[in-house]
Design a protein around this ligand. Sequence first.
Ligand code: MN
Length: 357
Amino acid sequence: MRSLKKCLEDIAQSSSIAIFCHTSPDADTLASAVALKKIIKQNLKEYSINKQIDIFVDASEINDVNGAIIKNVEINTQNVPEYDLAISLDCATSNRMGKYEPLYFQAKRTINLDHHATNSCFADNNLVLKTSSTCEALYILAKIKNYVISDEVCNLIYSGIITDTNNLTQNVTYYTHKIITELVGRKINIEGLNEHFFKNNKKSKTFLLQKALNSLRFLSSDRIAVMKITKQDLADADATFDDSLGIVNHGIEIKGVEIAVLAIKQEDNSYYISLRGKNNVNVAQIASIFGGGGHDQVAAFQYKGTLKDLHQPFLKACRDELSKHAKENETETLFFGDYEEDNEDNPIIFNDDHEDE
Ligand SMILES: [Mn+2]
């Protein structure tokens, strides 16, 4: 079911509401959660005096930049034994809620508010909008209802939109820009938020980028750019998985590249494969073949296995997707280059041909 009317009825009639973010929380999931709670409190006063609204986020992998969003917000305190209503935000699948997924399904009714085209519609009421971000979707819903949207909420919505769109460079529509225009007409700390989210990298993140760029290679007549990050890279850069987020964008920024790939080896030896697309190449389609998902131009999947085993099926999926667009002659090339990182005993070989030049 997809019903805004029912969603608002449920919110109005529920005396206890639990809001859920996704694991490895980004600014969009956190900002939309805090904003939703504030919007309910500020607009449904007649109903919400005795309403208990709790936010749950599996925050073991949160970074300082995103953590600032929930710095003064109480999270993960279950104040009632069972919730009347559970609302997931920015979760394409229910397992994105991590350890809080069971609590979500214990609620009497469930709502799923999201913007991922691949959303599995796991709730009673699935509000999946074609927007840049969940924050944008939330803003649109609040506007439809003529709700009061405070300056504080505007700052949260703005944060979710600029981060999910990589500073308005991807997934943006006419409406995204229209909403940004409305938001900047309010009391928004544009300079401060831009600095907080885009000029605030730890040195470790930049060192990790250096490692990833060392691994950069091109396939399919330079239409695909591939990078990888090994456990050794993470250790050498003193970086965490979180520091790898966004590095894949450097691949898609290259002229002629239509698919950018970043393979990151994780603690449990699985790979997180991050994808970016351009020129209408649909990387969510590729990710979905491997159990992942996302948006047309921004997608990812988890792979349990070696890059060597992933190579053939993944290369085929990329070629199939590219073949829907302009056709190029392609030669067989190793997707992720050599596979030595699958053997943890092998040292990482750096390309030092040009050292000191
Ligand atoms: Mn999002």
